[in-house]
Design a protein around this ligand. Structure first.
Ligand code: PLP
Length: 418
């Protein structure tokens, strides 16, 4: 019989195989200091483009004070137990009510994490006769929720409304044949890698022809899109047609936790049935209080979103003017597409970090096809014009070196912790 551990250790996986050379640098890097546009990496200041601190709330003085005061007042333990048993509080319910109001929904329920919450929301909504229709480039938490589903699932080509309709037809036909079940359509407000918004208007329009409910993951749209910052569905004028609106607190809110909002009756059903909350301790009080403060700032300071967009436009326009391919982004997520192998890409990242003091993330095979590189830049409200200018210059110079083959090497640079 095979030893499970032996098999795992023989093949470390597409990312794990680089661990010895990459750990602590390309993977698991340690950014130090206050969260902001500039942070320290291996002792030197870098301009950081890797954090979803969109509105700059992570280090906002009022946020820091609210977090610290709540930790001092309540500690991390309170409340103990799951919400349903002994872990409820007025403040948990207040945060839910404020989130629901912000999203123009009747009710909302808190989730401890986005990833785990989404998996469990999907699980609680569907039974074996139901069919899930979902976008091919959905975030891992959606894919994993779908994997738990005991019934059928149909995937549509990324943001392809025609194919989405085709899959809705297949799902409808199957349900009619079964004589039981319904359809849950899952998509995203903003796809986090490429930055393109989900075609929510077009998907919602299909409701006139097919019977289905929509669950929207708007992790990157929440706080960054829409007139009031309520997200991609507000931006596209279809908030009322989104049956369940979900977002994590891990991005614009620079915190931990998540929520899902919708009609009171269905949120109540979820509240009494969702396994990730019923069988887990509720969010600690400092997180609830901290999230209330963040939501207050989100609501009352539209200038943070305006500054974020002003920075995003400067960065994206600058990249385009210099001839870079930034794909189809219509959000603040700013991908830069280039061609090259993993070895070249990592050597270029090292040059950017060591010689230009630019810290950004790369997306490589197997997340995207071999030979392609995406540098993923996340602008925030706290970046400066100088940060943007230095970054554009660095990209121009390093791209020239990439095109000349200056980064070609046999192996990825050995930058692991000494
Ligand atoms: C689209 C999307 N959904 C869900 C999550 C997971 O959220 P969390 O970090 O709160 O687990 C993320 C990333 O963090 C995300 O990008």
């Amino acid at each position: 019989m095979a030893d499970i551990f032996e098999k795992l250790l023989r093949n470390q996986g597409p990312l794990g195989q680089h661990r010895k050379r990459a750990h602590g640098y390309f993977s698991f890097p340690k950014l130090e200091g206050e969260i902001g546009n500039r942070m320290k990496f291996r002792g030197k200041e870098k301009i950081v483009w890797s954090l979803n601190n969109y509105l700059g709330l992570a280090n906002h003085p009022e946020v820091r004070k609210a977090d610290a005061d709540a930790a001092a007042k309540y500690g991390l333990a309170l409340p103990m137990g799951a919400r349903m048993m002994s872990g409820n509080s007025d403040l948990h319910e207040q945060l839910e009510a404020e989130l629901a109001a912000y999203e123009a929904k009747e009710d909302a329920i808190l989730l401890n994490f986005g990833y785990q919450g989404m998996v469990s929301v999907i699980d609680v909504l569907v039974g074996r006769h139901d069919v899930i229709v979902y976008d091919a480039e959905s975030h891992a938490c959606i894919i994993d929720g779908v994997r738990l589903h005991p019934g059928h699932r149909y995937v549509f080509k990324h943001n392809d409304v025609e194919d989405c309709e085709k899959q809705l037809q297949r799902a409808t036909a199957l349900i009619e044949k079964q004589g039981a079940g319904g359809i849950l359509l899952i998509t995203e407000g903003v796809f986090g890698m490429a930055g393109d918004q989900g075609k929510l208007k077009e998907v919602v329009a299909l409701k006139s022809k097919y019977s289905f409910r929509i669950l929207l993951d708007d992790a990157h749209g929440f706080g960054t899109l829409g007139k009031t910052g309520a997200g991609a569905s507000e931006e596209q004028g279809v908030q009322d047609e989104i049956d369940l609106y979900f977002s994590t607190f891990a991005k614009s809110m620079a915190s931990i936790g998540a929520f899902v909002a919708g009609d009171k009756a269905i949120i109540d059903y979820i509240r009494y049935s969702i396994r990730s909350q019923i069988f887990a301790k509720s969010l600690p009080m400092p997180l609830v209080v901290g999230n209330l403060k963040r939501l207050e700032l989100l609501r009352n300071h539209p200038e943070y979103k305006d500054k974020l967009w002003s920075n995003a436009r400067k960065l994206q326009n600058g990249l385009k003017e210099k001839g870079f391919d930034i794909g189809k982004t219509d959000s603040v997520v700013s991908p830069v597409y280039m061609k090259g192998g993993v070895e070249e890409a990592t050597t270029m990242v090292m040059d950017l970090r060591e010689n230009y003091n630019i810290f950004c993330s790369i997306v490589l095979y197997p997340v995207i096809p071999k030979g392609h590189i995406i540098f993923r830049l996340i602008p925030t409200a706290v970046h400066t014009d100088e940060d943007i200018a230095l970054t554009l210059k660095a990209f121009e110079e390093t791209k020239e070196k990439l095109d000349l083959g200056a980064y070609r090497t046999e192996a990825i640079p050995d930058m692991a912790n000494a």
